[in-house]
Structure formats: structure tokens, C-alpha cells
Design a protein around this ligand. Structure first.
Ligand code: EPS
Length: 366
């Protein structure tokens, strides 16, 4: 399954050390303005080599538009986007080809296919997420222009460090997408020490979508929260997803969790803007847990292809915390789900129109 979505369908292709990666987007409405420079910002936010806290692979990540756009606007035909790989160093992966990094997909790809491209992790590399971010540039634009929907994310935890304050204005001003600028120096020190130790750490990313109208999401098997969870889980290294209060709901009582309704709007948003799998019109709030990177220079026990014990040491240019540059990827997956659900809602329920009463979003969390 390399295709995502039902009406806004994105198929990605390519390996980390192949000649190029790319995607084909089918089902995009015509008339959306798109130019190669529109991809630059979001691709740079996700890219390697942009700070010392990420992998030092230096890719330009320039998007070539091969089809589906004429005179700067989508035509409704398949949009093909291509990004060439120019800084792959496959030699780093020579020893990994003979073994399995503990905690990595090396072993499961081997068991599934019996043949794998070990260079840069092949298809299992986070390199593939470049194309999700590229496709979501179009989805984000359409959502904003059509509905005023804005999808934003931030890093909500690295290891045991959590933000002390919160301001959206701080998020883009540091290499971590951290919402409290006052902690930037502390995080720099934390990441420098982590990198020197040779170890890695996990992270949590929160994504908030503002302006989502009520009604998006399809019961029973196409629930908005279900599809968001699947979309976020499809990102490399994601091990957990929460919607609204998520697992904190376990310890809550119903009287506390339910979001009361008044003429001034909802009084809270424990549900994360989704009830019964359908958007309420409040902020849609999701969270993803990233495991620590498995490619480490600290030795670990494993087996080789003959089943003999070996010690694995991973060389190369790995991220000490994949979460550091995963915020744009999480935003992208949320935007792709929202766009697909918006088109599906329009297809089935476009004639329903606004239904009274329309409850105001009310007090929001972020
Ligand atoms: C990655 C390992 C590194 C990262 C890569 C993701 O690959 P390489 O050893 O080829 O430098 O640089 O990330 C990207 C190339 C990217 O664009 O995100 C991995 O194991 O997933």
C-alpha cells in the first residue's frame, strides 16, 4: 500500500538512495494555484542538514512538477512531483546489509520480502516523508482557501523535557518547532549532549487544525479520528497516537470529559474536536509519539543473515531524535486526511448545507 486517501489519492514512490523520490496525486480539484517555489518552505522545515540537531545529509529537496499543472494551476489530472536524491552515501550501509539493526525495520522487511534495498533503509527511510509533505502543500492551500482551515504543529516533548510556556509565534523561531522560545538554549544543550552520547531519544508532536467545519468524517469505518490515527501511525517511528485527551481520558469521569454546550459555544475540548468520528467544528487536536531512532553508534547485539551473533554499530548521518523534524510530517498527514474527508463530505452531503443550531467552537485549548 503506497497509496493514501480515497478521493485525494497520494501515491509515493522511491527509495532513500535511489535516483529520486516522488508522488502522484490523483483527484485534486482543478484550479488550485501551484508553483515549484510553493514547496520550498515546508520541505525545508522537514529536511535534513538544516540544523546540527538533525541528520547531516544535504539534499536540496527541489520539487519538479511533471504533470497536472498548467499555467500555474492544477488541471484536475494526476499531479506528478519529483525530488532527486543527490547526497546519498550508500557505503555507510555496507555492514547493515549483512545484519539487522535492533529496533529497525531491517528485519521485518527481510522477513516479508526476502530481498531488500539496505541503502539508507531503502523504502523504510524517513526520506519518503518528503513526498507526503510535498503533497500536503497542495492540501494545506486548498483547505485554507476553501474553508479557512489551518493545520499547525509543534514539538510537545523531547525525552522528559516539556514546554514551560506556549506561543504559536515561538514555534517557527527555533530548529525544534518548540512553543517556548525561552527554552531554546536548554534544548540546544540537551540535543548536543545526546548527540555526543551516541544515543537517541523519543518525542511527542501535537497538531492542531483550526477552522474545520462540523460534519467531516465518515462513520463507521472512515471515522475522522480513525483515519487521523492511521495516517499518523503510517509515519516512520510513530508508536502512539492520541486524539483530544487521548489516554488521559482513562482516568477521567464523564462529567469532566464531556464538552458542555452553551450559546457561547463548547465550554471545553476534551474530545479533540471529534465526536462519533465526525468533526464538531472545534479545533481538531491530535498527538503522535515517536520512538527513539534505532540507528545508533552504540554497539548492540544482533544476528547476521546466517543467524550468527554479531555486534551492530551504525555509522552515518542519523537523527538523534527524529521528532525534531517530524512536525511538518505530522501536519502533512493531518492535512491530507482533512482534504480527503472534505472532498468525501462534499461528494455525499454537499446538498445538506448548514444545519441549525451551529455551536460555536468556544474556548479552545491551543
Ligand atoms: C534515515 C537515515 C538518514 C537520514 C534520512 C532518514 O539517511 P542517510 O544515512 O542516507 O543520510 O538522512 O533522512 C533523509 C534523507 C530525509 O530526507 O529525511 C532513516 O534511517 O530513516
Amino acid at each position: 500500500m503506497n497509496t493514501f486517501g480515497q478521493l485525494f489519492r497520494v501515491t509515493t514512490f522511491g527509495e532513500s538512495h535511489g535516483p529520486a523520490i516522488g508522488c502522484v496525486i490523483d483527484g485534486c480539484p482543478p484550479g488550485v494555484s501551484v508553483a515549484p517555489e510553493d514547496f520550498v518552505d515546508d520541505l525545508a522545515r522537514r529536511a535534513t542538514g538544516r540544523s546540527r540537531h538533525a541528520s547531516q545529509r544535504h539534499e536540496a529537496d527541489l520539487v519538479e512538477i511533471l504533470s497536472g499543472v498548467y499555467e500555474g494551476r492544477t488541471t484536475g489530472t494526476p499531479i506528478a512531483l519529483l525530488v532527486r536524491n543527490t547526497d546519498a552515501k550508500s557505503k555507510d550501509y555496507d555492514n547493515i546489509a549483512q545484519t539487522f539493526r535492533p529496533g529497525h525495520a531491517d528485519y521485518t522487511y527481510w522477513q516479508k520480502y526476502g530481498h531488500r534495498d539496505p541503502r539508507g533503509g531503502g523504502r523504510s527511510s524517513a526520506r519518503e516523508t518528503t513526498m507526503r509533505v510535498a503533497a500536503a502543500v497542495i492540501a494545506k492551500r486548498w483547505l485554507l482557501e476553501k474553508f479557512g482551515v489551518r493545520v499547525r504543529g509543534y514539538l510537545a516533548q523531547i525525552g522528559d523535557v516539556v514546554p514551560r510556556g506556549f506561543a504559536w509565534g515561538d514555534v517557527e523561531g527555533n530548529p525544534f518547532f518548540w512553543p517556548d522560545a525561552a527554552q531554546a538554549a536548554e534544548l540546544e544543550g540537551y540535543m548536543d549532549a545526546l548527540r555526543k552520547s551516541g544515543d537517541s531519544v523519543g518525542a511527542r508532536i501535537n497538531v492542531v487544525a483550526d477552522g474545520v467545519p462540523p460534519g467531516w468524517g465518515e462513520p463507521i469505518y472512515g471515522k475522522l479520528d480513525g483515519e487521523l490515527a492511521a495516517a499518523l501511525m503510517s509515519i516512520n517511528a510513530v508508536k502512539g497516537v492520541e486524539v483530544g485527551d487521548g489516554f488521559a481520558s482513562v482516568a477521567q469521569h464523564g462529567s469532566q470529559h464531556r464538552d458542555e454546550i452553551t450559546q457561547d459555544g463548547f465550554l471545553s475540548n476534551h474530545a479533540g474536536g471529534i465526536l462519533g468520528g465526525i468533526s464538531t467544528g472545534q479545533q481538531v487536536i491530535v498527538s503522535a509519539a515517536f520512538k527513539p531512532t534505532s540507528s545508533l553508534r552504540l554497539p548492540a547485539r544482533s544476528l547476521d543473515l546466517e543467524g550468527q551473533p554479531v555486534e551492530v554499530v551504525t555509522h552515518g548521518r542519523h537523527d538523534p531524535c527524529v521528532g525534531v523534524r517530524a512536525t511538518p510530517i505530522c501536519e502533512a498527514m493531518v492535512a491530507l486526511v482533512l482534504m480527503d474527508q472534505a472532498l468525501r463530505h462534499r461528494a455525499q452531503c454537499g446538498d445538506v448545507g448548514d444545519v441549525a443550531p451551529r455551536i460555536k467552537p468556544g474556548k479552545s485549548k491551543r
